[in-house]
Design a protein around this ligand. Sequence first.
Ligand code: GLV
Ligand code: MN
Length: 200
Amino acid sequence: GDPEPVQDFCVAAPRGDGEASPAFPGLPCKPASTVVSDDFFFAAHARGASTDNPTGSSVTPGNVEAFPGLNTLGLSLNRVDLAPGGVNPLHSHPRSAELVHVEDGEMLVGFVSTEGKFYSKVARAGESFVIPRGMMHFQYNVGAGAARAMTVFNSQLPGVVLAAQSLFGAEPEIPDAVLAKSFQVDAEIIKLLKSKFRKG
Ligand code: GLV
Ligand code: MN
């Protein structure tokens, strides 16, 4: 998780504004005299983003960049929406554990440990599953209807490493030979994957 705060709050200043806080290695604080109730309020999770995309999923972020009042507080949350059959694709968070709290529908939630063991459960409305920090994980809608979860983090900026995107969509590209040897497949398969994840 993040460092402990040493003050009541340090609402993040708009980019390029505010003083760097010597008290916390987060974002600079806006002057306390300008802090208002709305700085502690976040409404963007009242609606989910469209799931009309190749994975049938959307993540609406609620990290410190979206919700400046979280700065120095060591927590954040996302909203995850999954169409039927949709998957929030394999990824990991370098700076945070993740609590997946399902609010609607049924999703298979799973992660793989450093020992290569796969842990997973189907979680339904009101149920939670926890992903330890840094572990590769996903949510997969196994119900008949749409599914929704809130994901809660012990970091204001968990960071995200999208597995397929970071390997096959890196800019500039990782050499085909490196990926082909790493995955023990033909370069043709790597080219196909790159065609899906590289822009342009
Ligand atoms: C879900 O895994 C998320 O990172 O919000
Ligand atoms: Mn996650």
